[in-house]
Design a protein around this ligand. Structure first.
Ligand code: UTP
Length: 277
């Protein structure tokens, strides 16, 4: 499996952090001395990804700028002998960054669809801007290993999609896409998905395994996305494309190891900054 590209959708308005998100994207909030977005880029690099596409909206250009080379600053640091800082700054020198715009907030699937023409990799990592997983292995490392295991066991099958799953409290199922699991084809943390339901009421949820913001999807998902605008005000939701693919694409979930932080809420960010900062 060629997994050389990742899409990081960070076009959201960050309304839960207003007013200051009028001028600073929430993804640049620091955890210690590292912005959340750099932690996500590092997560992509942890599986050998070399090309990253940010999906941004107007006013969030400082996200890609963070990763741009600054030759004059580098020269200055060199002349001052601050070599460790220089090393930090050149950390992303070999990564190819790309930017696309999402001009309207029309759903998570709509966000990644903006990068369709950029995608050349067989499989693509998708890391939404809010979720950080802290553990011995990064979230994407765990998903990639799980994908490779599946492909080794079923070499004749098409490339699978792999979703990061978390066992959430039943009363919270309404906040997540929930996976319906085929237990007979599941093994430990690796779950074969036979159905997906977006934000079900607790009583209607087929399980308590919720999708969090990390995926590996096959390139074929991008062909399905344009056709799945939902009844929810014309939104394009990634989960609807995956539901449409269930009939011909093996979809799995991996119940990741480690602790997840949702940095998209002020409380979640505070918790992450205290624990990881
Ligand atoms: P959120 O649901 O947290 O939305 O998106 P938001 O706009 O960022 O924040 P609030 O709800 O207004 O406070 C989760 C992730 O998906 C991205 C966001 O940037 C964030 O990283 N996203 C969401 C998009 O890129 N485009 C969208 O249309 C929606």
């Amino acid at each position: 499996m060629k997994l050389s590209q990742a899409i990081l959708p960070v076009a959201g308005l960050g309304t839960r952090f207003l007013p200051w998100t009028k001028v600073v994207p929430k993804e640049l909030l620091p955890i210690g001395n590292i912005p959340i977005i750099a932690m996500l880029v590092d997560e992509a690099l942890s599986v050998g990804i070399t090309e990253i596409c940010f999906v941004i909206s107007k006013g969030k250009e400082s996200i890609p700028e963070y990763f741009h080379a600054r030759p004059e600053l580098e020269k200055e640091l060199e002349s001052r002998g601050k070599l460790h800082m220089l090393e930090d700054l050149s950390r992303y020198a070999n990564v190819k960054f790309h930017v696309v715009y999402q001009h309207e907030q029309k759903g998570d699937g709509h966000a990644i669809l903006q990068a369709k023409d950029w995608v050349t990799s067989d499989a693509v990592g998708i890391l939404f801007g809010d979720d950080l997983i802290h553990g011995a292995k990064t979230g994407l490392q765990q998903l990639k290993t799980a994908c490779e295991e599946v492909m080794q066991k079923h070499p004749e099958d098409p490339l699978p999609a792999m979703l990061a799953l978390e066992n959430v409290k039943r009363e919270l199922t309404k906040k997540y896409g929930i996976a319906d699991i085929d237990e007979s084809k599941s093994d430990g943390r690796l779950k074969r998905v036979k159905g997906l339901v977006e934000k079900p009421e607790p009583a209607a949820a087929p399980s308590t395994l919720g999708i969090v913001g990390k995926y590996i999807i096959p390139r074929s998902t991008f062909d399905i996305l344009p056709a799945v605008s939902s009844s929810h005000g014309g939104e394009i939701r990634l989960i609807d494309a995956l539901i449409a693919q269930l009939k011909d694409t093996p979809i799995y979930g991996y119940e990741f190891e480690g602790k997840r932080y949702d940095t998209g809420t002020p409380d979640g960010y505070k918790e992450a900054a205290q624990a990881l900062g």
